[in-house]
Design a protein around this ligand. Structure first.
Ligand SMILES: NC(=O)c1ccc[n+]([C@@H]2O[C@H](COP(=O)([O-])OP(=O)(O)OC[C@H]3O[C@@H](n4cnc5c(N)ncnc54)[C@H](OP(=O)(O)O)[C@@H]3O)[C@@H](O)[C@H]2O)c1
Length: 407
């Protein structure tokens, strides 16, 4: 939506671990000028002033809104073209904000990976947002931009270079270095807690097409990898990728929302590579076992309390040196319609969850506010909402690369 509003963007949650990185990135990259009018948002004036002093300067406006206060949310969303939120767990704090954005035709982007909550937002708001042209875009961080735009890019290249669709893509995380924040761990814990209480949520999480439009929730893909196996295509032992349950569903939703340009028979899956031989096998088990324990730890159990103690609390996350030293590389093993193969590669600098994520989210918000996009509204994916415009921004400004080679 393009309205004249006081701000192009409000970064809501600016006092949190990720929010302050988004503020730092936008201020350093774009400043605070009439070309990009933006503000910091949150619930605590003193904390926000502290972040502003560290990351920006006094010229940056502060907007106060609390997730539980409808009037404050409504007042906030009326002031901006785009709300960019890092207030999570989103299932706890985000629902009223999405409703307010749809009601006021304010575009929206976030960092959620909470599939059960995205399903609720789709069911509650897709129709109205489509009707009034508001873009609600979840998953604008490490989950799921590299996957969603990686597949979008590979499909585009396959058409341009071979005149065919990519009929199958197996994404393998070839390299990744980074840490976890308290906010992300709290969000993951909340997903598991809700899934254990509600069978429908469990069904959504385990259905490969759990984020597809109603009535279009089936296809050739099976559940995400649950074991350690040898993968011939990548000549590597592979094990489950914790983000696969989010990313693969987002990619399938992109395909469905766009009218199946990847084909109704398109197959997609994700896993982590651990290398070849005995060493690779041991590495895969060494990573998969603690991960399996973490996601299956029951709320209140001793195991869950141990993980709570080991992992960061909300507001905490990897330090600057670790963020700077981080990176990731995805290999997209691609099979075209005629059986020939190709390789897509997506890389990002800085640690995936925070250094790279804060840049991806910031560029998504700027893209929604400033770029020429289709007028389509709804609860969309990054690829459907922003496509080429976001791809270009990520390459030019946010340290991502996209490559495609026919074998
Ligand atoms: N997709 C990805 O790749 C990715 C990467 C990183 C993070 N995330 C997600 O992003 C979210 C934030 O993570 P984080 O580590 O930055 O969390 P965090 O440090 O705990 O920050 C949470 C923010 O939410 C604010 N907040 C909490 N309750 C609020 C309320 N009632 N009203 C308004 N604001 C409220 C906090 O404000 P106060 O400071 O006032 O408490 C803080 O600014 C999490 O859901 C996480 O899973 C996703």
């Amino acid at each position: 939506m393009s309205h004249e509003r006081e701000f192009d963007i409000i970064i809501w949650g600016a006092s949190g671990f990720t929010g302050r990185l988004v503020v730092e990135y936008i201020f350093k990259t774009y400043g605070n000028t009439p070309d990009l009018k933006w503000a910091m948002g949150g619930r605590n004036q003193a904390k926000l002033e502290q972040v502003r002093a560290e990351m920006a300067d006094d010229s940056l406006p502060i907007v106060i809104a609390d997730s539980q206060d409808d009037a404050s949310l409504s007042a906030m969303v009326k002031r901006a073209k785009v709300i960019c939120t890092t207030v999570g767990p989103y299932a706890k704090y985000g629902s009223k904000l999405v409703a307010a954005c749809v009601a006021e035709q304010t575009d929206y982007c976030d960092l959620t990976g909470e599939v059960q909550w995205m399903r609720r937002m789709i069911d509650q708001h897709h129709k109205a947002a489509k009707a009034n042209g508001t873009k609600i875009v979840h998953t604008c961080g490490f989950d799921s931009i590299p996957s969603d735009l990686g597949v979008y890019y590979v499909q585009q290249q396959a058409q341009q270079q071979s005149g065919q669709r990519a009929q199958r893509i197996n994404m393998r995380v070839a390299a990744m270095k980074g840490g976890v924040s308290g906010g992300t761990y709290a969000s993951l814990s909340n997903v598991m807690e809700e899934a254990m209480q509600d069978r429908n949520i469990y069904k959504t999480l385990t259905n490969p097409y759990g984020l597809n439009p109603a009535g279009e929730d089936s296809g050739p893909d099976k559940r995400d990898l649950q074991a350690v196996v040898y993968d011939k295509a990548s000549r590597s032992w592979i094990f489950p990728f914790v983000m696969a349950g989010i990313n693969t569903k987002v990619v399938r939703r992109s395909n469905a929302l766009a009218g199946y340009p990847y084909g109704k028979d398109f197959r997609y899956e994700e896993a982590m590579m651990a290398g070849d031989g005995f060493g690779g096998r041991m590495k895969a088990y060494g990573a998969a076992i603690p991960l399996g324990l973490m996601v299956s730890a029951k709320p209140g159990s001793l195991l869950k309390r141990i993980f709570d103690w080991l992992l960061p609390s909300p507001g905490e996350g990897p330090n600057k040196a670790d963020r700077e030293a981080g990176f990731y590389k995805f290999k997209l093993f691609t099979t075209l319609e005629d059986g020939s193969t190709a390789m897509g590669i997506v890389t990002g600098d800085k640690d995936p969850g925070y250094g790279s994520t804060s840049k991806m989210l910031a560029e998504s918000a700027i893209c929604l506010a400033k770029d020429e996009l289709s007028s389509e509204g709804g609860v969309l994916t990054p690829a459907v909402a922003m496509g080429d415009a976001l791809l270009n921004r990520l390459v030019q400004n946010a340290g991502l690369t996209f490559d495609y080679q026919v074998k």
